[in-house]
Design a protein around this ligand. Structure first.
Ligand SMILES: *Cc1c(COP(=O)(O)O)cnc(C)c1O
Length: 426
């Protein structure tokens, strides 16, 4: 890389000494793009600055949460006020109800919501609750969907549909993974087959209603509709993992746009405005199975933490007030078209999937509609492109199989700079 890297390199060396791989979440190590990580010093709006003073336009946005841009004054101000009064009590606060009420009002299928500290915990809660509520063990999960690092969800495809899962990480017992049934994304027929085979053993189907974690993949509405129909018919619960899509594609969940109600909804990322948070919500009749009203145990020392909750409330209120979604979607669509033109000019074969302000540039001919087609992408080309863009002041997700995001803070100038950077390839 051609820009200064002295401090980044030094900080990574120090980090490697005390933190496994030098990072607290694996993708941050930039391994799949064959690069050394940058260390961030500060951020503002759509921009990041690293420890060597290099500036970047940020299309990763902390993996989605920073939809308003970094360090937004109207989020930071209330957070500072709350923080000055103390940062954690482990006793209820009025703020928790304020955030819960906003979530319940924004998502029709959510009457009640339990706040947790991460998306992973939200999924963990949803799965345990679904199992406790139905008295069943099996979960249908889609190949390439990511639901946090929950044991039962760290299961990938063996070969094709309906294979029983093998764990994709050491440390996940086979006895856990065997309860996870894998089905290809966007494959309604395979879902129906899985239900025919396992019928009254399926506690829940969990899905990213718009996939973001194998790169962005837009679902067929018929596919989501089949999930709803099959779950209702077989008395299984439909879990929408909206950790990315919640408040990203509209104020509330993407389930509204598709006209499909989930039984349980997992949230995270945006609802914490850049602070650690997660939430699991649904109909009162299901949610009340959680302790202390019900028998399904779930708890957290920092759950509903006042600082995180204050950031969430401020973020949701701003989103409600600004209602940026239509504009963001239009800008993103235009930007994707401009990127596509620039990529064509420089001879880079690509397919862009986009919905609202989430999108992915796949380095392949496409179409990309599931894990199999996503993984035909040229990851070496992506790695080279990532490094080129980084060198030109543009920070993209450090893996081909991730969602890119636009925020309210990206300016026409930022987007133009990005297009010019593409034009300078190679
Ligand atoms: C990020 C993500 C999670 C996990 O959230 P964490 O806060 O990282 O634990 C779960 N599901 C989806 C769809 C996600 O994108």
């Amino acid at each position: 890389m051609t820009r200064p890297q002295k401090n980044n390199t030094r900080l990574f060396k120090q980090a490697e000494k005390y933190i496994p791989g030098g990072v607290n979440s694996p993708v941050r190590a930039f391994k799949s793009v064959g690069a050394r990580p940058i260390f961030i010093d500060r951020a503002k709006g759509a921009h990041l600055w690293d420890a060597d003073g290099n500036q970047y336009i940020d299309f990763c946005l902390s993996w989605g949460p920073m939809i308003l841009g970094h360090a937004h004054k109207d989020v930071l101000d209330p957070v500072k006020k709350v923080m000055a009064k103390g940062t954690s009590y482990g006793i209820p606060t009025a703020l928790e109800t304020e955030l819960a009420r906003r979530i319940c009002q924004a998502i029709k299928s959510v009457d009640k919501v339990r706040l947790v500290s991460s998306g992973t915990e939200a999924v963990m809660t949803a799965i345990r609750l679904a199992r406790g509520f139905t008295g069943r063990d099996k979960i249908i999960k889609f190949v390439g969907c990511y639901h946090g690092h929950v044991d039962h969800m760290l299961v990938q495809a063996g070969s094709g549909a309906l294979t029983l899962g093998a764990p994709s990480s050491p440390g996940v017992p086979k006895d856990f993974a065997k309860h996870t049934i894998l089905v290809p994304y966007n494959d309604a027929e395979a879902v129906t087959k899985a239900f025919d085979k396992h019928q009254d053993k399926i506690a829940a189907v969990i899905v990213e209603p718009v996939a973001g974690n194998m790169g962005v993949i837009v679902p067929d509405r018929a596919f989501l509709k089949t999930l709803r129909t099959q779950c209702t018919k077989n008395k299984s619960l439909l879990i929408f993992d909206e950790v990315i899509t919640g408040f990203r594609l509209g104020y509330g969940g993407v389930q509204k746009g598709f006209g499909i109600d989930a039984d349980l909804t997992c949230l995270g990322k945006i609802i914490g405005g850049g602070f650690p948070i997660g939430a699991c919500g649904g109909k009162a009749a299901i949610m009340d199975h959680l302790a202390p009203t019900g028998q399904v145990y779930q708890a957290g020392t920092l759950s509903g933490n006042p600082v995180c909750v204050a950031a969430g409330i401020a973020t949701l209120d701003l989103l409600k007030q600004l209602n940026p979604y239509r504009q963001l979607a239009a800008t993103t669509a235009q930007f994707c078209q401009a990127m596509s033109n620039a990529l064509n000019e420089v001879g880079l074969c690509h397919t862009i999937n986009q919905m609202g302000s989430m999108f992915t540039v796949f380095f392949g001919t496409g179409p990309v509609r599931d894990y199999t087609t996503a993984t035909t992408s040229d990851t070496a080309a992506y790695a080279a492109f990532f490094k080129h863009m980084l060198d030109h002041g543009v920070y993209l997700p450090p893996s081909q199989y991730e969602a890119w995001f636009l925020s309210c803070a990206h300016s026409a100038r930022d987007l133009n700079h990005t297009i010019q950077a593409i034009r300078q390839w190679p």
